[in-house]
Design a binder for this molecule. Structure first.
Ligand code: BGC
Length: 779
């Protein structure tokens, strides 16, 4: 009964109500840490080892990782589940918009609401830890296989969305495990491999300088810690020669000392390759451990016990590890009324692995899944539209008006004919040819309980307005250009294209596959009103974008299970496609910047030298004067906006170059780094005839002569998403913290606000600056 009650409360939990039911994070870290140390003080040595080593939690394998129970202390164990776009390997769950989609909304509120909804589903399934959000990979490489799971290559935007995601998830009493720290920018040789002779090749080493780490790759993780993330997952790769999970510079100096992170670091799955080097560097938990025949070797468990017994890991360190693991559990009240694990996930997981004839079926029989979706479909539908970017809209083609004969074309429109689960680690690097694509592959994929395809949604909408549709789903047939089955030529031809990306491999190219270019060009030759809709993981090339018969282009990312409905809303104007690009679209792959390392160096080791420093994505296009096809921050609206050239900036009095250390530290680092030191304001007006949504953005240039070489031309430091009625004017305010205006001085190891004039720039994209003003921070 208790569990049922909790599930009902969880499913009906609205934002305001949630924060009453579940304790807020910021008040109670110290109380929770006292409870955790009292708890750990009562444990035997073996129990402490159990708290930090992946273990067995009945019913395995319903959770992708577990910490086993200690019944004599009423501790029922911890269940870890993927993450990050829904409750993976399960039934009765929602497929949420992926990370890149929520980043493309540029909407803090929606990111928070998505986090709450995700947390509600995890909690109701009985999972204590949501393995997300992901903010690494960031997207150094356009071809990166996991870019879609995260929030894109700009640290400020990624930091804001990471922060709100963590707050949302944890408001439901579920732990967030922010991942993958750090530099896991490519899948190729992401982890160590062993050949048939037993020769081990170590993982790629991402070689990144201290300043670039702080200002780019670690930046969003600081936001996660500030938001109170319970856990951080160290990644598979090496960082500057050392595995991240054994990297004391990263885990101890940066995360625990500099950011004052009070939670625990767990390894990525099988990313622990040793015992004392890992534990002493700052790794607090190994996952998944060696709990069943499904698992690989374990370096904690018995080996950690040996290390404690022989003194190579101290018992103090073990106590610290166990206390860190238990602190978030008490912080979020998981010791009270947390739902039991839904046993159905075990059978679903094994069906994934072995099909219907699972050898373990007798142990994990199929049971009906707990349906935890509530009304999340409406939020998913809304985010899908809000994360769709309108890249072209000639003569206001969209929203569609007075069209009743619609062509539905392309291999991305219909139901996935191979089944709707993409738990695929690279066997099909281009994905499956037929079917819509609302999420990527790998551990971050989510099994569909429901999926509304574009074909289904467009057909039912067109029927409801008395129109008709003509359908061709085979791109090769489109590419022939004969269109023998089409009569009369549709008034609007929708061409659905898709690009797949998955954990475990990088994309072979950023072209849209499956004969897409010819399919668009031939459709456009027949149909003067061709509208291209792309579902993809991020950067894709659009060589046909200037074709005059391609009248509109929508980049809809991976929007989740309501993919068809979100699109209908956008096409017929029930919602605006109000997304903005969270990355830059180049004209060619070579324009984008450093490519994936595909082979080892001469000494046979895998090395990725991040020599471009911070200059990735738009920072590279700016610094190297490369012309983007569609720039970072860009996206059209169904109306038009103007920004008055009157940007104002107010700087607080007596801003000092360095943070005031006497204000202390909190999770997130020095308190003073988060103090607001400047505000900017600018006016915008909706100059069109309908209500519309704008995303005004603030960029800054640091003084070039008082900052080290490698400082970007400009960086994003503010944005707002705002709806305005036709003719309405409003003032947009941006608030800047000390960290926003500092660079990381790697000599003195501190954040510094430099002397000299900063340039503040407000506009509608990284290349559409409307108002500029110069001012110094230090008097
Ligand atoms: C992935 C993680 C994931 C874990 C558990 C790993 O392969 O890198 O992101 O959380 O598996 O499935």
């Amino acid at each position: 009964m208790r569990t049922l009650h909790t599930v009902i409360v969880t499913l009906t939990c609205q934002l305001a109500l949630c924060s009453q039911i579940f304790p807020r994070v910021e008040n109670s870290w110290s109380d929770a840490s006292i409870k955790a140390s009292e708890f750990v003080a009562n444990l035997t040595l073996t129990e402490k080892i159990g708290i930090v080593s992946g273990g067995y939690l009945s019913p395995a394998p319903a959770c992708v990782g577990s910490i086993g129970p200690i019944s004599r202390l009423n501790f029922s164990g911890l269940c870890f589940s993927d993450g990050p776009s829904g409750y993976a390997r399960s039934d009765g769950v929602s497929v949420f918009p992926s990370g890149i989609t929520i980043a493309a909304t540029w909407d803090r509120d929606l990111a928070y609401q998505r986090g709450v909804a995700l947390g509600e589903e995890f909690r109701a399934k009985g999972s204590h830890v949501y393995l997300g959000p992901s903010t690494g990979a960031m997207g150094r490489h356009a071809r990166g296989g996991r870019n879609w799971e995260g929030f894109g290559p700009d640290p400020y935007l990624a930091g804001v969305i990471t922060n709100t995601s963590v707050l949302g998830v944890q408001s439901t009493g579920v732990q967030a495990c922010t991942k993958h720290l750090a530099g896991n920018e490519q899948e190729t040789q992401r982890t160590s491999t062993t050949d048939s002779n037993g020769t081990v090749t170590e993982a790629i080493s991402s070689n990144i300088d201290d300043r670039t780490l702080h200002e780019l790759y670690l930046w969003p993780f600081a936001n996660a810690v500030k938001a109170g993330t319970s856990s951080i997952m160290c990644s598979y790769n090496r960082l500057n020669g050392n595995y991240t999970c054994a990297n004391s510079d990263l885990l101890t100096t940066f995360l625990k000392d500099e950011l004052a992170f009070p939670g625990y670091v767990t390894s990525d799955w099988y990313a622990t390759h040793g015992t004392e080097d890992f534990a002493n560097a700052g790794l607090d938990m190994e996952q998944p451990g060696n709990v069943s025949s499904l698992a690989g070797p374990s370096y904690f468990g018995g080996l950690l016990l040996d290390a404690i017994n022989n003194g190579s890991v101290s018992e103090d360190r073990l106590n610290d590890m166990a206390e860190r693991v238990m602190t978030p559990y008490f912080l979020l009240g998981q010791d009270q009324d947390f739902p039991s694990v839904d046993p159905s996930a075990g059978a679903v997981f094994l069906t994934y692995q072995y099909g219907q004839n699972s050898p373990l079926a007798a142990y994990y029989p199929a049971v009906e899944a707990r349906d935890v979706r509530g009304d999340h479909a409406s939020l998913i539908r809304k985010i899908g539209a809000a994360g769709t970017v309108l890249l072209k809209n000639v003569n206001n083609t969209l929203p569609l008006k007075n069209v009743s004969n619609i062509g539905i074309f392309g291999n991305g429109a219909g139901y996935p004919i191979d089944g709707s689960v993409f738990l695929d680690y690279g066997d099909h690097p281009e994905g499956f040819e037929y079917g819509t694509l609302d999420i990527g592959g790998g551990s971050g994929t989510v099994r569909h309980t429901n999926l509304v395809t574009p074909l289904q949604a467009v057909q039912s909408h067109v029927a409801s307005i008395g129109g008709r549709t003509q359908v061709i789903l085979n791109n090769d047939v489109l590419a022939e250009g004969l269109f023998k089955t089409i009569y009369p030529v549709p008034q609007a031809c929708l061409v659905f294209l898709k690009a797949y990306a998955t954990e475990g491999s990088d994309r072979s190219s950023i072209d849209l596959p499956w004969n897409s270019t010819a399919a668009v060009e031939k459709t456009a030759a027949m149909c003067s009103n061709t509208i291209v809709v792309i579902h993809g993981p991020g950067v894709v090339l659009m060589p046909w974008a200037d074709n005059e018969n391609v009248t509109a282009i929508l980049s809809a990312h991976y929007p989740g299970e309501e993919i068809g409905n979100s699109l209908v809303d956008v096409l017929w104007g029930a919602a605006e496609p109000s997304g903005r690009l969270p990355y830059t679209i180049p004209r060619n792959l070579s324009d984008y910047g450093p490519d994936i390392v595909e082979s080892p160096a001469e000494d046979s080791t895998w090395q990725a030298d991040f020599n471009e420093g911070q200059l990735i994505d738009y920072r590279h296009f700016d610094a190297d004067n490369v012309d983007p096809h569609f720039e970072f921050g860009f996206g059209l609206s169904y109306t038009s906006f103007e920004m008055v050239d009157g940007l104002q900036v107010n700087v607080n009095e007596n801003v000092s170059a360095l943070a005031d250390e006497s204000m202390g530290t909190q999770p997130g680092g020095l308190v003073d780094l988060w103090t607001l030191v400047a505000q900017a304001a600018v006016e915008i007006t909706n100059t069109g005839t309908i209500t519309g949504i704008a995303v005004p953005q603030l960029y800054i240039s640091f003084p070039q002569d008082t900052t080290p070489a490698g400082t970007p031309v400009k960086v994003l430091r503010g944005f707002t998403k705002v709806a305005l009625d036709a003719g309405e004017t409003t003032t947009i305010n941006f608030e800047l913290t000390r960290r926003d205006l500092s660079f990381w001085d790697s000599d003195t190891k501190q954040w510094v606000i430099p002397q000299g004039e900063f340039v503040f720039m407000a506009g509608f994209s990284s290349r559409d600056i409307k108002s500029t003003i110069q001012t110094a921070m230090l008097s």
